[in-house]
Design a protein around this ligand. Structure first.
Ligand SMILES: [Zn+2]
Length: 383
């Protein structure tokens, strides 16, 4: 039951309506659609601006945060004079200026373990613009329980990822890729890692595109595919993703059957490691010593091809981090495994992932090839 658009609206959205794949029926669908946006930061800014401009009927905005000066480098909903204001307030002002006709609903408490499923249930689709693991896992799980499509986007330094997770339509969820949250302290957050500002525009706009396509059911969605954008090399790849029958959320025998606060706790304390446990990371000296042993441990390079072309440590199997969810099964699960990347961040993430798949011998090399070139082999090119 489409609601009819006024002549003024037909004129306003005419450049969409003229696209045969959208047309008047598509625009009418958008006018009644409800999208929940989690976070009005780097990804939520461009996503909400484009969805507002496109005439989405209702945008729910979940954010509890306040604008800080260092946000302005990428969070284009907010301007210079907005520092100290609630992102909801400055964001709504910007969105109203773009399109006063659409309905904007404030969720000032943000998404929480208490409200997540209920909040997402009120919308047709949820767009995740969060920048931290507990929220990302919470949104994934709550979208699954609410049976709603999740448009996922994330950024790490110069790399962006986009996908649609919709297990109830036969696609995978985020936990099919990364079953468990990484241990606190093993992955850097945005503040530590840095964010390439304009890449947020690319990823957030892709999330807006995928949302609109999904809402009016046109084109090929990213369900079952992960778009990986490497902005440094300017390479875009799409990796096939399959639902994991072992997934703790959407698999055949799920261990996560409701939203429990303990599943989304994240403290900054270092993870417990007893003496029997294999450490998550070791120094380059220790790694070098282990590689001299017979038999040497398996050796895995999770950097991108262009980085391998610059410099590499001989003897490593090359699987870029983004391809690991598809290719890890080729690795010997029982063998000790040393993982390296450029600076030791991606290799830690890879190690987390491999251990979640039962490769308990996986260990990350701290400082990556950069530390290796400083401390073991100065001949290696640094980049
Ligand atoms: Zn899953």
């Amino acid at each position: 039951m489409g609601m009819s658009l006024t002549p003024e609206e037909i004129s306003r959205y005419s450049r969409h309506i003229r696209l045969p794949q959208v047309g008047l029926p598509g625009q009418e669908k958008l006018a009644t659609a409800r999208v929940l946006i989690i976070g009005l930061g780097g990804l939520g800014s461009p996503a909400s601006l484009y969805l507002a401009a496109a005439g989405l009927g209702t945008l729910g905005l979940a954010d509890f945060d306040v604008v800080e000066p260092h946000n302005l480098q990428r969070q284009i909903l907010h301007g210079d004079t907005d520092s100290g204001r609630k992102k909801l307030d400055s964001g709504i002002e910007s969105l109203r200026a773009i399109n006063p006709k659409i309905e904007l609903i404030r969720h000032p408490e943000g998404i929480t373990v208490d409200n997540a499923v209920d909040l997402i249930s009120q919308y047709d689709l949820v767009l995740d613009g969060s920048d931290n693991f507990p929220t990302r896992y919470l949104v994934n799980d709550a979208a699954f329980f609410a049976g709603k499509p999740l448009v996922y986007g994330s950024i790490f330094q110069f790399e962006g990822q986009v996908s649609i997770f919709e297990p109830c339509a036969g696609g995978p969820c985020y936990r099919c890729l990364f079953p468990q949250m990484p241990e606190p302290g093993t992955v850097p957050n945005c503040e530590e890692a840095g964010v390439f500002g304009a890449l947020c525009g690319v990823v957030g706009s892709n999330q807006a595109m995928e949302s609109i396509k999904r809402l009016i059911n046109v084109g090929e969605s990213l369900m079952g595919r992960l778009l990986v954008i490497d902005s440094l090399a300017q390479r875009h790849r799409t990796l096939k993703l399959k639902p994991d029958p072992q997934c703790p959320l959407c698999g055949h025998t799920p261990s996560i059957t409701d939203i429990r606060p303990e599943n989304y706790e994240w403290s900054c304390a270092a993870p417990d490691t007893t003496s029997e446990e294999i450490p998550m990371e070791i120094s380059v000296q220790e790694a070098h010593a282990q590689l001299q042993q017979a038999p040497p441990p398996l050796f895995l390079d999770v950097r991108e091809d262009f980085e391998v072309a610059i410099a590499k440590i001989d003897g490593a199997i090359e699987i870029p981090l983004g391809e690991l969810p598809l290719r890890w099964e080729a690795l010997d699960a029982k063998a000790p495994l040393l993982v390296y990347c450029h600076h030791g961040m991606r290799s830690l993430r890879a190690t987390e992932f491999l251990r979640s798949k039962g490769l308990d011998g996986a260990v990350s090399i701290r400082g990556g090839i950069d530390a290796w070139s400083r401390e073991i082999n100065p001949e290696l090119a640094r980049y």
